[in-house]
Design a protein around this ligand. Sequence first.
Ligand code: FES
Length: 101
Amino acid sequence: MPKIEFLGNSIGPAKVVDVESGGELVDICDHYLVPIPFSCRSASCGTCHIEVVEGAGLLAPPEEAEEELLDILGGDSTTRLACQARVKAGPGLLRIRAKLG
Ligand code: FES
């Protein structure tokens, strides 16, 4: 069961959640009302740009649409789009911080 820590920011306080299994990160964010902003939810706007502080291996590799926008945003290997990332099942800690513009 992965544990996900969302670091606090101006949107809201930090939150730590245990997710039963993997799944779409956007669904987890919606369910737990974490401090990650969203807009398009389709790899177009960059609003959900996040930094993966720890546990990047708990995320499935980005698909083409996510990679293309990350390139435009100047993201390095520690950044992802919360609307596109998929959390793998399995134990571990994933720590995420919103990259607020
Ligand atoms: S919400 Fe627009 S790219 Fe994720």
